[in-house]
Design a binder for this molecule. Sequence first.
Ligand code: RIB
Ligand code: CA
Length: 311
Amino acid sequence: MRVPIIIDTDPGQDDAVALLLALASPEELDVLGITTVAGNVPLELTTRNSLMMVELAGRSDVPVYAGCDRPMVRPLVTAEYVHGKTGIDGADTPDPTTSPADGHAVDFIIETARSTPGLTVCTLGPLTNLGTALQQAPDIAGSIEQLVLMGGGFFEGGNTTPAAEFNIYDDPDAADIVFRSGIDLVMMPLDVTHKALTSDPRVDAFKELGNASGAATAGMLEFFERYDMERYGTAGAPLHDPTVIAYLLEPDIFGGRACSVAIETTSELTMGMTVVDWWGLTDAEPNCLVMNEIDDERFYQLLIERIGRLP
Ligand code: RIB
Ligand code: CA
């Protein structure tokens, strides 16, 4: 049974690898569209980068819709210090020859949610597009089957402030709308992504695929990993966003717990913190399946095998 999905993204090297994984899996995933959002780099670049990945994968049948160019309330914070000026430094792939689809990403999300039974939304960046769509069309909360998102952290804390992870920190107001929406949520926080580290053998395996997608993936990871390796003193970097797509393909790679999760939107000290009631200390109903375990060997085997299927 092919799962109809929308991927909302802010490429970013890890987003780009997640897009390649999804586009390499047409038997399992019916990618109805990619929606772009400002995050790691400004919207023009996240849109350009998404088009480049669609073309690299030979999947220009998948439309790319440009979305929100800033968070719902707060100013845009970008992350060129991690991803480089282009957002996908290291990819060394040709400029896009295609253009974004007509229409705004938020309208595409609303229309698709209302017309597609069983729709799964995958968010890889700030939740601005989905939060705006829910604000404009609250009814879609009842139409979206599931949201699988990369974002947040609890025992791992944050990576943008001590308390907050980038995707949630960048637009905490949108995240608050999403986490209160009642949509069936699966969250891939830093607690799981920091257990999926790149390594030289893993990067070499992409190079050894001998295809353009493998070479681009290796180049992007070699650029992307340097920041986290320096920051955390680890031998590799957490490969965040592909965990979202891997969950759809092989959910038993992951382990976690249904928890209540709330978003800090008032204190500047902890702005964007995902407050996860992991030990059930409150009477708040669980609203999210929070992942904190991953079989990282299987994760990378899946990534390498699927990206090996691409041009
Ligand atoms: O904190 C990691 C997340 O922020 C990833 O999605 C990365 O691409 C950045 O958007
Ligand atoms: Ca991202």
